[in-house]
Design a protein around this ligand. Structure first.
Ligand SMILES: Cc1cc2nc3c(=O)[nH]c(=O)nc-3n(C[C@H](O)[C@H](O)[C@H](O)COP(=O)(O)OP(=O)(O)OC[C@H]3O[C@@H](n4cnc5c(N)ncnc54)[C@H](O)[C@@H]3O)c2cc1C
Length: 397
């Protein structure tokens, strides 16, 4: 069997993988980036929401090619239809074009010296003496081995690298999503992202309307746990319930899984690292993973390249990446998970009550896992007894 050799092989040219490949190639090591599809960024299964800071951390400018709509505020709807409007300079963001965004990140990796091999699927890691030493891949029916000092698994939630490296089979909690790209709309204000919570819309998750312009939007939802029907059925009902969507045209269908149980216990082993969805690095309340993915990708790429240059790719050396990620993002993901578990105990009626006492700032902090104990304590003090009971144990942490 044919065999190729690189310092680092990154599997998956999504945001996390391309950023890892870029960071490693910038340090002068030999990097191969494998992607199973013919072109990074397609197919696109994303609502395409990204904050201004997320775009900045990806090292990407908000050009018309990348950004389709600037977003300046959010509306969060309670089950009873009451909504909270959230607006602050900190939360300005975009509906991006994920296909162009992912392609640009992979192009940057190539420009930095990484080799991109498309239409190539990794089938699993190769181990020598129990240690990961490369990947087995397949391209146009031909199988071949790629030897590498470090394998970075950036191959999404179903990661074959994670499973074959023994870092975890599946996530204990995932959201099933369905989404339509919708046209022929006449939105009053396309700068507003809308979120709808409650079991009537999306049990265990939420529904979203992310405008791409005043006439097109990504409209979708994610369900979890107690749903009795597929996400698509809830989505069709959600669309039917909104008179603004009466004359809309469905331009495309997307869907997918977001792992929301938090970062896996082990995301590093000897000669192997996981980044992005493969590692569970999404914010559990929102299911957003692009920002965390590019941050993790950059950290993993840097640490992997330094480890190669030092000739020490053992787990303790590679785990510097984990330590760096945990210091900020890992902590936020844990806290956001704690809030999600608390909200799981809220009925629609409780959520309506919560909407009366929560502020826009509180929502942003809780959703992003920032200052959770302090924010919950603040809300607790304004809450009726029933909510206090539901929140008490989560405030203690
Ligand atoms: C419906 C939906 C809406 C979402 N909306 C948002 C949102 O608005 N904002 C946000 O931040 N996040 C959102 N997310 C989550 C976000 O899409 C992910 O967190 C993000 O894409 C993770 O990036 P990644 O690079 O880790 O993985 P991915 O983007 O999944 O990339 C993995 C790449 O690996 C490739 N690959 C997989 N297996 C192999 C293999 N064996 N060999 C070679 N290549 C392989 C894939 O083709 C893909 O290119 C959404 C998710 C869903 C399902």
């Amino acid at each position: 069997m044919q065999c190729q050799r690189y310092d680092i092989v990154v599997v998956g040219a999504g945001p996390a993988g391309s950023t890892a490949a870029l960071a490693a190639a910038e340090r002068g090591v030999e990097v191969l980036l494998l992607e199973e599809h013919p072109r990074p960024g397609l197919p696109n299964h994303c609502a395409e929401g990204l904050s201004q800071n997320g775009l900045k951390d990806a090292g990407v400018n908000p050009t018309p090619e990348i950004v389709s709509q600037k977003i300046t505020s959010m509306r969060v709807y309670a089950p009873n239809g009451r909504f909270l409007e959230l607006k602050s300079p900190d939360m300005v963001g975009y509906t991006i074009n994920r296909d162009a965004f992912d392609l640009l990140l992979s192009t940057k990796a190539v420009e930095a010296g990484a080799e991109l091999m498309t239409e190539t699927r990794a089938l699993g890691v190769i181990k020598r003496g129990g240690v990961v030493s490369g990947v087995l891949a397949e391209r146009r029916g031909m199988r071949f081995e790629v030897e590498a000092k470090v394998v970075i698994g950036a191959d999404g939630n179903a990661s074959v690298i994670r499973r074959t490296a023994g870092l975890g089979r599946w996530f204990p909690d995932v959201v099933s999503c369905a989404q339509f790209r919708v046209g022929n709309l006449d939105l009053d204000n396309p700068e507003v992202n809308e979120f709808y919570i409650g079991s009537k819309y999306a049990p265990g998750g939420y529904a979203w309307i992310f405008p791409k312009s005043s006439s097109t939007a990504n409209i979708g939802l994610g369900v979890r746990g107690g749903h009795r029907e597929p996400a698509l059925s809830y989505l069709k009902r959600f669309m039917d319930s909104d008179p603004r969507l009466k004359d809309s045209k469905i331009l495309g269908v997307a869907g997918g899984i977001t792992p929301v149980s938090g970062v896996l216990n082990r995301i590093v082993g000897d000669g192997v690292m996981l980044v992005g969805d493969a590692a569970g690095q999404l914010i559990p309340i929102t299911g957003a993973g692009v920002h965390a993915g590019v941050v993790a990708g950059r950290m993993a790429g840097e640490v992997a390249a330094e480890a190669v240059l030092k000739n020490d790719v053992t787990a303790p050396t590679l785990s510097l990446y984990e330590t760096r990620f945990d210091a900020n993002w890992g902590k936020r993901i844990k806290e956001s998970r704690r809030v999600l578990e608390m909200l799981d105990r809220f009925s629609d009626e409780d959520l309506n009550m919560l909407a009366e006492v929560i502020t826009g700032e509180d929502i942003i902090a809780l959703a992003n896992g920032l200052d959770v104990t302090r924010v919950l304590t603040r809300i607790f003090k304004r809450s009726p007894i029933k909510l206090m009971r539901l929140m008490a144990s989560y405030i203690r942490g």
